[in-house]
Design a protein around this ligand. Structure first.
Ligand SMILES: O=C(O)CCC(=O)C(=O)O
Ligand SMILES: [Fe+2]
Length: 324
């Protein structure tokens, strides 16, 4: 058994003390995989306390000890800096350049072509078309390049799963009754410099901060699949979902328009176009006119990026009361 399976078994059987002791002693002996596993545990905050600064330090230690696969999550943590004392965009780019892996090489080229400032922000401003004023719906044409769209689809495809929600009574994950599409959400360690650069572009266009964005999702709808009429804003939520940002990642399908029934607005973008709309009224409650649906796809497959933007930065402190 490898180290990962060894310690997985120990946590499963609630022998967490032994698992953490084993990992720490392996790390002290210079085992890069031990640093890598501990780093993930620090990010997840499931068995042990979440500490994103320490996670980044452990991913860095794993790289120093020759554990190359840690470069990907390290680059992600440095790029966004979420929940940490600092971010380090240039450090993230250095990790990407040193990582001899095909996706990393492709991403480095895509980032080069973006012409970003030294902090990873877009070097241009964004002027949308106003599609509707109530709710406010904006269109940003050619927001992403076709190559960027293709790379996002490649990144998300292996992770696409039937969309699920937490059942309000049982707490179990159940198939989402509102959408029968597939989706993939990028976690903190998956928000690599390429994805983070796109998230900064979304933040600039929506006049928000990247920290306000929920994890980026990619949604995929086959023929017959839809996202039924819904609000993105949540009733009674303190940190409300004030805006939604959608990017059309392909165009070779039929149907699948977004529909806002109250203003009776339908829209479908070309590959790379983005749609940004406001979800709340002045009192921060779901705005009646912002209800919308992703109409059924009739033929082919629709793939979009979707990001829900909160009023304030998300709390990333992680669950309380965990040991270590
Ligand atoms: O698929 C669509 O067009 C709508 C997606 C959507 O409503 C959402 O992601 O909140
Ligand atoms: Fe929505």
């Amino acid at each position: 058994m490898g180290l990962a399976e060894d310690v997985r078994h120990l946590t499963d059987s609630e022998q967490l003390d032994r698992a953490v002791t084993a990992l720490r002693s392996q790390l002290a002996e210079g085992n890069g995989e031990a640093a890598f596993i501990l780093a993930y545990w620090r990010v997840e905050g499931i068995s042990i306390r979440r500490d994103l600064d320490e996670a980044t330090a452990l991913f860095r230690r794993a790289v120093e000890l020759g554990y190359e696969a840690a470069r990907g999550p390290l680059a992600a943590m440095l790029a966004h800096g979420y929940g940490q004392s600092r971010r380090d965009w240039q450090g993230a780019l250095q990790q990407l350049a040193s990582y001899r892996e095909p996706t990393a090489t492709r991403h480095a080229r895509l980032i080069d072509a973006m012409q970003l400032d030294p902090e990873g922000n877009p070097g241009r401003s964004f002027s949308p078309e106003i599609l509707c004023r109530d709710p406010l719906v904006l269109v940003f044409r050619e927001f992403l390049t076709r190559r960027e769209c293709k790379s996002l689809v490649e990144l998300a495809s292996p992770a696409l799963r039937r969309s699920q929600v937490v059942h309000p009574q049982t707490g179990q994950l159940v198939d989402d009754p509102i959408r029968n599409s597939s989706s993939a959400a990028f976690t903190l360690t998956e928000e690599t410099p390429f994805l983070h650069a796109i998230n900064r572009r979304i933040a600039a266009a929506s006049r928000s901060r990247p920290e306000q964005g929920e994890p980026t999702q990619v949604l995929s709808y086959e023929a017959g699949q839809e996202y039924k009429l819904h609000h993105d804003a949540l009733p009674g939520e303190q940190n409300q979902r004030i805006q939604t940002f959608l990017i059309y990642l392909n165009e070779d399908y039929e149907g699948g328009e977004i529909h806002f029934p109250t203003p009776n607005l339908r829209f479908r973008g070309n590959t790379g176009d983005a749609l940004c709309f406001s979800n709340v009224s002045a009192n921060m409650q779901p705005a009646r006119n912002a209800a919308h649906a992703g109409l059924p796809v009739v033929a082919g497959r629709k793939i979009i990026l979707s990001k829900w933007i909160r009023r304030s930065p998300l709390d990333l402190t992680g669950p309380a009361g965990l040991p270590y």
